[in-house]
Design a protein around this ligand. Structure first.
Ligand code: ARG
Length: 463
C-alpha cells in the first residue's frame, strides 16, 4: 500500500491519492504540533474578526471558539491523535474542528491561507520564547552579580594572550561577563520589535477579497501593527534569523565563560571549586571531578550557531513569495530555543555553586610581573617619556626574572640601577592592591569603581 487513504483538505483538483512516501516526506506535524496553542489563538482571533465584518455569524464564531478551546484542552491532556495524513498543525486542528462542530468549522479558513497562518503562528511562538529567554538571562545576571558582590576586593591576574597581564578585581572580571549578557538582552528586545508584526490578512500571497479588519486581529493577538506588504509577510523569516543570531551570541558568550570556568577549575589554575552537584566523575579515574556542565554548554554552542547557518541558507535563494522550503525553519528554531533555554538554566544554577580559591588567585597575580605597567606609569609621572619608561621597566623585569624575584622584592638600589629617579614611594605602586586602586577612572578595576559598577548593574536588571 503506497497510497494515502485520507482525503486531503486541498484534494479537490486531484484524481490520484498522495503517494505514501510523499506523505511521510512532506508532513510537518511531527514537529509543528508544538505550535498548537499559537495556531488556536490565531484562529480564534481570525474567527472573531470574520464575525465582526459579517463574513460569518457571531454564532458561528462562538462555535468555532468553543470548539477550538475544547481541542486545545484535549491536546493539553494528551488526548489528541495527530494524523500525518493531515500533514501539519493547521490541517490537523481544522479537520478536528469540522468533525466536532460541522459547517461552521469549514468557514474558519475564509480569507486566510496556511501561508499567513503559519507565519503568524511562528511569530506568536517566537515572541513568547524571546520573552522567556530574557527572563532567564536576567536570572543568570542576578546570580552573577550576587557572586561578584563578594569578590570586589579579591585580586586575580587579568590575562591577555592567556598570559598574566595586570592585576584586576575578580568582581570586575565577573562584571565583564555581565556586560556580554546585557547586550544579549538588548538584542532580543530589539528583535522583538520586528517579530511583533502581524501577517494575517496576507492570505496566500496577494491578500484577500474580504474586507478584513486587520487592526482588530492585531489588537486581539497583541501585535504592534499589521504587516505592510502581503508578499513579504508570508515569505519573511528574518525575525527568526535575528533570534537565531542573538541566541548564537548568547551561546558564544556562555561558551567563553565556560572556557574560563574549565581553565579555572583545572589543576594548573586551581582558581575555583565547582559544587559537586554541578560536576560529574570518571568511570575509570576515581579521583576525577570534571566540569562537564561547562563543557556541554560550550559544546552546545556549536548546534545553535549551526542552526543560524541553516536558517540563512534556507532563505537565501527563495523567490517571493511563500515556498515550502520555509517548513524547514521549524526544527532549527525550536532546537535553538530549547538549547539556549536549558543551557541558560543549568549555567545559571551552577554559578552560585562556584567557590573561589582567593589565595591561589592572589598568588597567581603575584607571579608574572603583573605590576610592570604600574612601574612604567610611575616613571611617566616623574616626567620620563612613556617609551623610555617602557624600556627601563623591560630591563628591570629581565633582571628580576634572572634573579627569580618579584618586582616588589627588588631593593631601591637595584631599581635605581635601571631608573635613577625611582624613590622609595615606588613600592606602593608595585603592590597588587596599589595597582588596582590606581585604575580609578570610570570603567576601571579600582574596588571603589567596581562597587559602583555593581550597583549600577543591579539597578539596570531591576528595570
Ligand atoms: N507546514 C507549512 C510550513 O511550515 C505550512 C504552510 C503550508 N502552505 C502550503 N501552501 N503548503 O510552512
Amino acid at each position: 500500500m503506497n497510497q494515502s487513504p485520507t482525503k486531503k483538505p486541498w484534494g479537490g483538483r486531484f484524481t490520484e491519492p498522495t503517494n505514501s512516501l510523499v506523505e511521510a516526506f512532506t508532513e510537518s506535524i511531527s514537529f509543528d504540533s508544538r505550535l498548537y496553542k499559537q495556531d488556536i489563538q490565531g484562529s480564534i482571533a481570525h474567527a472573531k474578526m470574520l464575525a465582526k465584518i459579517n463574513v460569518i455569524s457571531h454564532e458561528e464564531a462562538s462555535k468555532i471558539e468553543a470548539g477550538l478551546l475544547e481541542i486545545r484542552a484535549q491536546i493539553d491532556d494528551g488526548n489528541f491523535h495527530w494524523s500525518t495524513q493531515l500533514e501539519d498543525i493547521h490541517m490537523n486542528i481544522e479537520a478536528r474542528l469540522t468533525d466536532a462542530i460541522g459547517e461552521a468549522g469549514k468557514k474558519l479558513h475564509t480569507g486566510r491561507s496556511r501561508n499567513d497562518q503559519v507565519a503568524t503562528d511562528v511569530r506568536l511562538y517566537i515572541r513568547e520564547a524571546v520573552d522567556d529567554i530574557i527572563v532567564l538571562l536576567n536570572q543568570l545576571q542576578a546570580n552573577l552579580l550576587d557572586l561578584a558582590s563578594n569578590e570586589v576586593d579579591t585580586i586575580m591576574p587579568g590575562f591577555t594572550h592567556l598570559q598574566v597581564a595586570q592585576p584586576i578585581s575578580l568582581a570586575h572580571h565577573l562584571l565583564a561577563w555581565n556586560e556580554m549578557l546585557e547586550r544579549d538582552g538588548e538584542r532580543l528586545r530589539d528583535a522583538r520589535k520586528r517579530i511583533n508584526v502581524m501577517p494575517l490578512g496576507s492570505a496566500a500571497l496577494a491578500g484577500t477579497s474580504f474586507p478584513l479588519d486587520r487592526e482588530m486581529t492585531c489588537e486581539l493577538l497583541d501585535f504592534d501593527r499589521p504587516s505592510r506588504n502581503s508578499l513579504d509577510a508570508v515569505s519573511d523569516r528574518d525575525f527568526l534569523i535575528e533570534v537565531a543570531s542573538a541566541c548564537s551570541l548568547i551561546m558564544m558568550h556562555l561558551s567563553r565563560m565556560c572556557e574560563e570556568i574549565i581553565l579555572w577549575a583545572s589543576e594548573s589554575y586551581k582558581f575555583i571549586l565547582i559544587g559537586d552537584a554541578f560536576c560529574t566523575g570518571s568511570s575509570i579515574m576515581p579521583q576525577k571531578k570534571n566540569p562537564d556542565i561547562a563543557e556541554i554548554v560550550r559544546g552546545k554552542s556549536a548546534r545553535v550557531i549551526g542552526n543560524l547557518q541553516a536558517l540563512l541558507i534556507l532563505m537565501k535563494s527563495q523567490p517571493l513569495a511563500y515556498n515550502r522550503d520555509n517548513q524547514e525553519d521549524k526544527e532549527p528554531i525550536f532546537d535553538t530555543i530549547d538549547t539556549v533555554t536549558t543551557s541558560l538554566q543549568v549555567f545559571a544554577a551552577m554559578i552560585p555553586s562556584i567557590n573561589f580559591q582567593r589565595e591561589n588567585m592572589y598568588k597567581a597575580a603575584l607571579e608574572g610581573y603583573a605590576t610592570a605597567t604600574d612601574l612604567a606609569e610611575y616613571l611617566v609621572r616623574l616626567n620620563v617619556p612613556f617609551r623610555d619608561a617602557h624600556e627601563i621597566v623591560g630591563g628591570t623585569v629581565h633582571y628580576a626574572i634572572e634573579n627569580n624575584k618579584p618586582l616588589s622584592d627588588l631593593s631601591l638600589d637595584e631599581l635605581q640601577a635601571f631608573g635613577p629617579m625611582i624613590q622609595d614611594d615606588v613600592y606602593a605602586v608595585l603592590s597588587l592592591e596599589g595597582s588596582i586602586q590606581a585604575r580609578a577612572h570610570f570603567g576601571g578595576t579600582a574596588p571603589a569603581r567596581v562597587r559602583e559598577a555593581l550597583q549600577e548593574a543591579y539597578a539596570r536588571i531591576e528595570n
